[in-house]
Design a protein around this ligand. Structure first.
Ligand SMILES: Cc1cc2nc3c(=O)[nH]c(=O)nc-3n(C[C@H](O)[C@H](O)[C@H](O)COP(=O)(O)OP(=O)(O)OC[C@H]3O[C@@H](n4cnc5c(N)ncnc54)[C@H](O)[C@@H]3O)c2cc1C
Length: 491
């Protein structure tokens, strides 16, 4: 990729020149005295209190171009805010923020079934709109207020992803503004290096203004299922965990989304969705339930098995309505997370699981805090995540790194009322979970969408993108030589 020419010959480092430039270009902005400022700079994770100088609220691509050029001239770092759900508040990390809230269009090409989705969309609103456009759907996470901007550039795992792939795998094209202010379209044939980088390591490579996704027909029949057990011994909980995760990896068809959820008090749930008839689901899951019942001393679990339509299935997974106000969404938490991406070929051993459950049973978490762990199957038989790219054509690969995942674990500690203040001891408690798993998980990859703010940048890059790091660095140097676009753990 050729180096881009400089867009200015002299840099002006005076920050007031930034707002002057934005005003001159007639770009809508918020500054600290503006009505709506505190809401505009509030991230989902209230552990962070970002302090940008200015928030730009572009109405169109032209405004984005002007804003990026002004920031480049003023030599300030730019971050893009989608839904504001980065675990590290990275959408609000720059001196100038480009808030994509004005980009809410969703249209569908009825011939190709490719949807063009504005980069300010939240997942719940996107799902509702797509379903309204002839029953179309995409794979993505369950939280309706997560933004498509950070989700479709870093991964985008949903319970349906073993069947359909990650959200990033459905991207066929992107409309972007480059760091020099140029607006362009990126695809396998136009800026292929950037297309590769934007699908897995995207934040910091360009400002995405719209995504083009290959949609799928929403399944008519969805079986949302969950079985909750209570274990009182670490050894039994570990045996259940090893059996359930191993069973799913071996026997779950790609239509069976599968995860485990662990919570205080010995709570051990297995949960997912089967995309197909209930009778088929019941025959698939029966051997697992039989074994789990045995481990649970013959006691039945609390169970929910519901046959639902697509939108009702997504709503039940979310535990909340899908529609989210694009501005002023008030869902928050105050938390720290670590993630572990285990190899399909190397499941966590019984010994390590026993050590984890011993820690969970015997360690008192910091006063007033809460925790949970979830682990979702990415691999297993026929998984579209691990069999991507669908062809050997190099243009179809992406920078998303977890193609040999077994399970992705998320270890999560938060304040009991979800509000600040955050006790830093929660970070130590969460790290203790990983330490309890021991040497066999040390150095495992992590999932870039589950930002681990405790990792130094270099370590984070290796954990998130592994062997792809040198190519990502080279692409960044080519498309953004002055590092105008900012992602704290990115390039
Ligand atoms: C409650 C909750 C549930 C979640 N559930 C899941 C899940 O089920 N599956 C899963 O895979 N992940 C899940 N995540 C993680 C989620 O995918 C990431 O946090 C994601 O990055 C959030 O995107 P955002 O746009 O809301 O966040 P933001 O903070 O706005 O953005 C995140 C990053 O993306 C960049 N970015 C945003 N928009 C653009 C754009 N238009 N152009 C360029 N860069 C952009 C930002 O600069 C920032 O670096 C969840 C997160 C939360 C908080």
């Amino acid at each position: 990729m050729a180096l881009l020419p400089p867009i200015v010959s002299a840099f002006n480092t005076d920050r007031s020149s930034l707002t002057d430039c934005l005003n001159e270009a007639n770009v809508p902005i918020l500054i600290s005295s503006s009505v709506g400022w505190s809401q505009a700079i509030q991230p989902f994770n209230l552990r962070f209190t970002p302090v940008p100088n200015v928030v730009v609220t572009p109405r169109n691509i032209h405004d984005v171009q002007s804003a990026v050029k002004c920031a480049s001239q003023a030599k300030v770092k730019v971050s893009v805010k989608g839904g504001g759900h980065s675990y590290g508040a990275y959408g609000l990390a720059g001196v100038m923020i480009i808030d994509m809230v004005g980009f809410q269009d969703v249209t569908l090409d009825s011939t190709t079934q490719i949807a063009r989705v504005g980069a300010g969309m939240r997942l719940g609103n996107m799902a509702s709109k797509l379903f309204g456009l002839g029953g179309r759907a995409l794979p993505h996470g369950t939280c309706p207020s997560v933004g498509v901007g950070g989700h479709a550039t870093l991964g985008g795992f949903g319970i349906d992803s073993r069947m359909w792939g990650l959200l990033v795998d459905t991207v066929v094209k992107l409309d972007v503004v480059l760091a020099d202010g140029t607006a362009t379209t990126v695809s396998a044939t136009s800026h292929p290096d950037l297309f590769w980088a934007l699908r897995g390591a995207g934040p910091g490579f360009a400002v995405v203004t719209a995504f083009y996704f290959q949609t799928l027909p929403a399944p008519a029949v969805n079986i949302n299922w969950m079985y909750t057990y209570n274990f009182t011994s670490a050894a039994t909980a570990a045996a259940a965990c090893q059996f359930a995760t191993g069973w799913a990896q071996q026997h779950a068809p790609k239509e069976l989304g599968f995860g485990i959820i662990l919570a205080p008090g010995g709570v051990f749930a297995i949960q997912g969705v089967y995309y197909g008839p209930k009778a088929t689901y019941q025959s698939i899951i029966a051997p697992l339930l039989e074994k789990m019942k045995g481990l649970h001393k013959g006691k039945s679990s609390a169970s929910t098995v519901q046959q639902l339509g697509w939108i009702d299935s997504l709503t039940a997974l979310a535990g909340a309505p899908l529609d989210t106000p694009p501005q002023g969404d008030n869902s928050h938490n105050t938390f720290y997370v670590k993630s572990l991406d285990t190899r399909e070929s190397a499941p966590i051993s019984l010994q390590a699981l026993t050590s984890l459950f011993t820690y969970l049973f015997n360690t008192t978490p910091p006063s007033g805090s809460q925790w949970f762990i979830n682990s979702y199957l990415y691999g297993g038989s026929g998984s579209k995540i691990t069999s991507f790219p669908p062809s050997t054509d190099p243009a179809s690969t992406s920078s998303y790194a977890g193609r040999d995942s077994g399970y992705v674990w998320q270890l999560y500690g938060y304040t009991g009322d979800t509000q600040p203040p955050f006790d830093a001891a929660i970070i130590g408690f969460v790290k203790g979970m990983v330490e309890a798993l021991g040497a066999e998980v040390a150095g495992l990859p992590a999932y870039a969408a589950y930002v681990d703010t405790a990792l130094a940048k270099e370590e984070a890059q290796v954990r998130y993108w592994g062997a792809r790091v040198p190519r990502l660095k080279a692409i960044k140097a080519a498309v953004d030589p002055w590092a105008v676009l900012f992602n704290p753990q990115g390039f």
